[in-house]
Design a protein around this ligand. Structure first.
Ligand code: NAG
Ligand code: NAG
Length: 408
């Protein structure tokens, strides 16, 4: 994918084929038989109206994941006192929008309250606290979640178990105990093991498969493996390796999902890095497309503005498919193309006018069936866009880049 300047876009606009890719990422994913394309979100961002407008865009997002507000420190800050306010805000948003909710997470070594990390535990008292936490949280969200990430990141890079309070005190039995407790509280929700660097073959992926077998060996239900997919531009595993690794999990009778996809780069972002990032996104999404047992893809927030990357990895960022100003990057098109499969090259009557900041773009396509009006902040044009091209009264369809015009 070449990052076209505005002027070269204008020259090209009349002759580019219209890739009839559907109206958005979730629409395309569902058309392929996937359950969803979705994004993580977090409570502080929900005060940003422009952010929420796109989060609400169910053409792109058929699923959301609360980034933090269902974690242990958020839900049980004091022993046996449960706080669901923030998690409920996101669960209710998903319900109101008709978006699936991936619930995240129940047992992790991180983001634990001090009563857990500083407590004095025996095996029996820690198992009791673990079961009480899982039972209360899963029961509260019963019927609202598509899936729970039951255990998160139990493994070291070499495939041994991570040293954690859970492993040190309970041993590997904490895994089947956690899954059995979650299954008892909500028999219908999908139960996942979720980790990073298990998207490609190697010791850690083998160990993740062994966790599935361990849980099954206890006669306990596990439904899925979540592949976080926190990747680096230019060094993501190949599509075929990702697909064959997914196959090692699905061969055990579980489904898989990409649960936290983002692909970071060393800043500053350049056209070459953005083009490589688009290819990298396309390969990971494409591996899921190829894998029948891969049910969906979740990105770890959709805009660079609220990405966790810059504060975690010094000097890195620009990991999401939308930039910090909410403009679509080439990665968006990479994902959409991977989800589109059979893009049909129909000739189009696209016309584009305008230039840098104040100009407008109007796009009409011979395959467009849309007659709607886009609201303030809504999308009103861009390559492959088949939605409304007219803005509500008082707003102007403003060219942002080749992939995105917005009603401002
Ligand atoms: C987002 O969706 C929720 C639920 O459907 C709705 O209440 C809210 O007004 C929407 N917000 C924006 C900014 O579109
Ligand atoms: C802790 O107790 C559980 C049963 O609740 C058992 O399965 C596990 O092996 C015990 N762990 C240790 C280290 O004794």
């Amino acid at each position: 994918m070449v990052h076209l300047s505005a002027s070269s876009l204008l020259l090209a606009a009349g002759i580019l084929p219209n890739l009839a890719l559907g109206a958005g990422l979730d629409t395309a994913a569902v058309a392929l038989g996937k359950l969803y394309f979705g994004t993580a979100t977090d409570n502080p961002e929900l005060t940003d109206t422009a952010y929420v407008t796109q989060l609400n865009n169910t053409n792109d997002f058929g699923q959301i994941t609360p980034g933090n507000s269902q974690k242990w420190d958020a839900t049980e800050p004091t022993q046996n006192t449960f706080t669901f306010t923030n998690g409920d805000t996101i669960a209710k948003l998903a319900e109101a929008n008709g978006q699936k909710l991936r619930c995240h997470n129940l047992v992790w070594h991180n983001q634990l309250p001090s009563w857990v990390t500083s407590g004095t535990w025996t095996n029996a008292t820690l198992v009791a606290a673990l079961k009480n936490h899982i039972t209360n949280v899963v029961t509260h969200y019963k019927g609202q979640c598509y899936a729970w990430d039951v255990v998160n990141e139990a493994l070291n890079e070499d495939g041994t178990y991570r040293t954690s309070l859970w492993y040190e005190t309970i041993g590997e039995a904490y895994l089947p105990i956690a899954f059995a407790t979650a299954a008892a509280a909500d028999p219908d929700v999908k139960l996942y093991y979720n980790d990073y660097n298990i998207e490609y073959s190697g010791s850690k992926a083998t160990a993740a498969a062994n966790i599935v077998k361990l849980i099954q060996s206890y006669g306990v239900k596990i439904d899925g493996v979540g592949l976080q997919a926190h990747f680096i531009v230019g060094s993501t595993p190949s599509k075929s390796n990702q697909a064959s690794t997914m196959a090692t999990y699905t061969a055990l009778g579980v489904e898989v999902a990409i649960t936290e996809l983002d692909i970071r780069m060393t800043l500053p972002s350049t056209d070459a890095l953005l083009a490589q990032q688009s290819t990298d996104y396309s390969n990971t999404v494409g591996a899921c497309v190829e894998t029948e047992g891969c049910v969906g893809v979740t990105i770890w927030d959709w805009t660079d503005k609220y990405s966790w990357v810059p504060s975690t990895f010094s000097g890195q960022g620009a990991a999401c498919p939308w930039d910090e100003n909410y403009a679509k990057k080439p990665a968006y098109t990479g994902i959409l193309t991977a989800l589109g499969g059979t893009a049909t090259a129909t000739s189009t009557t696209t016309s584009a006018t305008g230039g840098s900041t104040t100009s407008t773009t109007t796009t009409s396509s011979s395959t467009s069936t849309s007659t709607g009006v886009a609201a303030h902040w809504g999308q009103c044009g861009g390559s492959g866009w088949t939605g409304p091209t007219v803005c509500a009264t008082g707003y102007t369809c403003t060219y942002s880049n080749a992939w995105y015009s917005q009603c401002l």
